[in-house]
Design a protein around this ligand. Structure first.
Ligand code: ATP
Ligand code: MG
Ligand code: MG
Ligand code: MG
Length: 354
């Protein structure tokens, strides 16, 4: 059996995908698999890397990463990759692991392609990927199933160009500063700003519009951030709740990946009733979007123990330091077993559909 690791990709989360894929490759150690890395450049070209023999020492896995694209790490060897067309993807005895974060990877586009190709793949299908990536659509669905969320206001590029003043008035009429401005489709805090004034709000919206044509502005909330991991198809398992120990205003890209300032408390020290509510909400959100394989669900918990769902990530960061694999590790599932379980879940879903 072959595992195809698709990584890199055209989104702003390209670099994180490289680290995630590299980390996952190190957990595929079973004699039964070979690993075929396929690197997607920022321009969207597919580059087939050398087959990785998982029985070799870990250092060999560095060949997974094309050195010229590696912005983290150091000792990456040059890629010996060859350009390929996506349609040349192996359809026999192959499980694809699309380790891609953000638009064009985590949003249903690649998943649709893999459906058409008829290959098993890890993680969410088209619907869950598209909804999970879209902060506006997922909020609408969470509202509908009664999950508590911070108040928000959503609009698109066209409305903004037509009547900026009206939008600012509406936002300021219903929400209180500080506000969070987010592109609807993105991750890793890319394009997100926290703002305290109308002036900054306008700037933040213009900035977010560089990443997506749809925008969501949320009520900023003073709260701890808790995250929980889900693993499974129809029968989904849930991890301990983890808490982010925060000493910054909010977790922007820099704090997440460059300063590595995130510390985690797992299991989070929480009122047990709050922890189980979070787990229950997470599973309900997962079902509502038709989740499959894996997801990480993010929450806010205020000092008065109010819980708000923030978002669901259907292909969460999977680096060695990422919350998703670490939550499972602490819950009792090693990363190696976690990766194996994800592959088995992919096969199960594929068999069911046949
Ligand atoms: P990722 O997918 O990496 O988790 P993302 O780009 O999808 O991130 P969010 O999780 O929505 O973005 O927000 C990023 C961070 O910004 C949060 O982890 C939190 O620190 C802060 N944040 C977002 N929304 C709010 C809010 N309404 N109030 C307070 N803080 C917020
Ligand atoms: Mg996200
Ligand atoms: Mg994300
Ligand atoms: Mg988040």
């Amino acid at each position: 059996m072959k595992i195809t690791l698709l990584y890199g990709g055209q989104s702003a989360e390209h670099d994180i995908s490289i680290i995630s894929a590299h980390n996952i490759a190190q957990s595929i150690m079973y004699d039964v698999y070979t690993v075929q890395p396929i690197y997607i450049t920022r321009a969207g070209e597919w580059i087939k890397g050398p087959l990785i023999d998982t029985s070799l020492p870990n250092s060999d896995l560095m060949r997974l990463v094309p050195a010229e694209e590696m912005t983290w790490g150091d000792d990456a060897k040059a890629s010996t990759g060859q350009a390929m067309r996506p349609g040349e993807l192996d359809r026999e005895d192959n499980i694809v692991f699309p380790v891609l974060h953000g638009p064009n990877g985590e949003d249903g586009t690649i998943q649709g392609f893999l459906e058409v190709m008829g290959v098993p793949y890890v993680g969410a299908g088209v619907t869950a990927s598209a909804i999970g990536m879209d902060k506006i659509l997922s909020k609408r669905i969470f509202d509908q199933i009664g999950l508590p969320q911070v108040p928000y206001h959503a609009f698109d590029h066209r409305l903004w160009r037509e009547d900026q003043e009206e939008i600012i008035q509406r936002i300021e009429g219903s929400l209180l500063y500080p506000l969070f401005v987010k592109p609807a489709n993105m991750g890793s805090s890319v394009g997100i700003s926290q703002v305290e004034s109308s002036e900054a709000l306008i700037q933040a919206i213009e900035n977010a519009l560089q990443y997506d044509h749809r925008i969501v502005v949320e009520q900023g909330i003073s709260a701890v951030e808790c995250e929980v991991a889900i693993l499974g198809n129809e029968e989904a398992h849930i991890s301990y709740v983890g808490k982010l120990i925060k000493d910054v205003a909010f977790y922007d890209y820099e704090e997440k990946y460059i300063n590595n300032r995130i510390e985690m408390e797992i299991p989070a020290i929480l009122d047990p009733a709050v922890a189980s509510k979070i787990q229950e909400y997470a599973l309900r959100a997962y079902r509502a979007i038709d989740g499959c394989g894996l997801s990480r669900v993010d929450f806010f918990v205020t000092s008065s123990q109010d819980i708000y769902i923030n978002e669901i990530n259907t292909m969460p960061g999977f680096t060695g330091l990422s919350m998703y694999p670490v939550l499972w590790e602490k819950t009792g599932l090693t990363q190696r077993n976690l990766v194996e379980e994800l592959l088995q879940l992919a096969l199960k879903k594929y068999e069911q559909k046949k």
